[in-house]
Design a protein around this ligand. Structure first.
Ligand SMILES: NC(=O)N[C@@H](CC(=O)O)C(=O)O
Ligand SMILES: [Zn+2]
Ligand SMILES: [Zn+2]
Length: 428
């Protein structure tokens, strides 16, 4: 099977767009050249379109097994492909949790049989994510666990985190942390700030996140473990990570598109599509996150795609589950609001979605190079459309961005040399 992508615009090493053809053969990039004359099984005319490495999202909730009403591996990975993502890492807050050899083996089989993009499975840090007993890291690594995380809950005890980091470091594996101190949650459903006060709601204070990150960077220093901070959301957290990096501690961090785009003051009403964990913080926090991303304190962008059913989200702000979907809207939102407005270049945005996550986790992905796996996205930067949750391939419709007009949408996504998703009209 071969695919020839003709006349696409590729970013060169100096960050400029240059027209090139790409030939894909046997799942890999075979040739990149100004003009390739060959008979391929499939020809895609990409004139006027940008060709980029397939995006990587290291924070996705596919929900299967156990949460199939919210999402499945099949639907979540179709949503990923539509969003231009070719590799995603799947969070372990499922039922059962991937915490034993048997459970991760079962998960691997499901991925093998139904995933439409590359899926890297996280395994849990603690059995059933209950914070009592550590999982068998070595056995889980042998079955392909990508890293260890209890995302959805924080690791409450320093002693347990220390032990987890020691064991992960010995296996050269990362600890990926949802940072939330349970004693500081305050039964909050939104950020403790302007919105919580105006609406008489309990707020989750910023320290609920930042104290745990401060503890953990010191534990990472003590153990030499690669420590990764999930969905960083506060200005104090950014400062702690910045200082830790300066001190030479092996820490990386991700930020979600929604924390870059919105603050609690942007929440228009008691709409649960604005409820996620960590919550939308203050405007100062939002600014600090962008500064942290641009100065390298924050390594990359990850969506924290967290689908829930309409029924679940129809509950009150206090009762509805935390989380919003993100895979199908990330690139158009970021391109429109940050590249078109000059906050960052197209090259930078693509790096935050490709080479940066790949580098942070030593993944052999995220570049367009000869011999590499052909994981590619074709983008139409002129295409302008309103975000319409009814068109989502995800089962989740829970987004605060419905109706936002965005420019720059994927038109085709290729995974290991096969077309995983394509918009009808790009056929040559
Ligand atoms: N982010 C969220 O608001 N929710 C996530 C859990 C998590 O990422 O902590 C979920 O699983 O729904
Ligand atoms: Zn989390
Ligand atoms: Zn998450």
């Amino acid at each position: 099977m071969s695919i020839l992508i003709r006349n696409g615009q590729l970013l060169n090493t100096t960050g400029d767009l240059e027209q090139n053809d790409i030939l894909i053969e046997n799942g890999a990039i075979k040739t990149i050249a100004k003009e390739i004359n060959t008979n391929a099984d499939e020809v895609i005319d990409a004139a006027g379109k940008v060709i980029a490495p397939g995006f990587i999202d290291l924070h996705v909730h596919l929900r299967e097994p156990g949460g199939e009403k919210k999402e499945t591996i099949a639907t979540g990975t179709m949503a990923a492909a539509r969003g231009g993502f070719t590799t995603i890492a799947n969070m372990p807050n499922t039922r059962p949790v991937p915490d034993t050899v048997e459970n991760i083996h079962n998960l691997n089989e499901r991925i093998q049989n139904t995933a439409n993009v590359n899926v890297l499975p996280y395994a849990a840090i603690t059995i059933r994510q209950l914070g009592n007993e550590l999982t068998d890291f070595k056995a889980l690594k042998e079955l392909g666990a990508f890293a260890f995380t209890d995302d959805g809950v924080g690791i409450q005890e320093a002693g347990q985190m220390l032990e987890a980091m020691k064991r992960a470091a010995a296996l050269d594996m990362a600890i990926v942390a949802h940072c939330e101190d349970n004693s500081l949650i305050n039964k909050g459903c939104v950020h403790e700030g302007e919105f919580s006060k105006a609406n008489g709601l309990n707020g989750i204070p910023s320290v609920c996140e930042s104290v745990q990150i401060a503890r953990d960077v010191l534990l990472a220093e003590a153990t030499g473990c690669h420590y990764h901070v999930c969905h960083i959301s506060t200005k104090e957290s950014v400062r702690v990570v910045r200082d830790a990096k300066k001190a030479g501690i092996r820490v990386t961090a991700e930020v979600s598109p929604h924390h870059l785009l919105l603050a609690d003051t942007d929440i228009p009403s008691l709409d649960t599509n604005y409820k996620m964990n960590p919550p939308l913080r203050g405007t100062e926090d939002r600014k600090a996150l962008m500064e942290g991303l641009l100065d390298g304190t924050i390594d990359f962008i990850a969506t924290d795609h967290a689908p829930h059913t309409a029924e679940e989200k129809a509950q009150s702000m206090q009762l509805a589950p935390f989380g919003i979907v993100g895979l199908e809207t990330a690139f158009p939102l970021l391109y429109t609001n940050f590249v078109k407005t000059g906050v960052m270049t197209l090259n930078q945005l693509i790096d935050y979605l490709t080479i940066k996550p790949a580098k942070a986790f030593n993944l052999n992905a995220g570049t367009l190079e000869i011999g590499q796996n052909a994981d590619i996205v074709i983008l139409d930067l002129e295409d302008t459309n309103k975000i319409d949750p009814d068109t989502f391939l995800s089962k989740g419709r829970n987004t605060p961005f419905a109706g936002w007009e965005c420019q720059g949408w994927p038109v085709a996504t290729i995974v290991s040399g096969k077309i995983a998703w394509r918009k009808e009209s790009v056929h040559a």
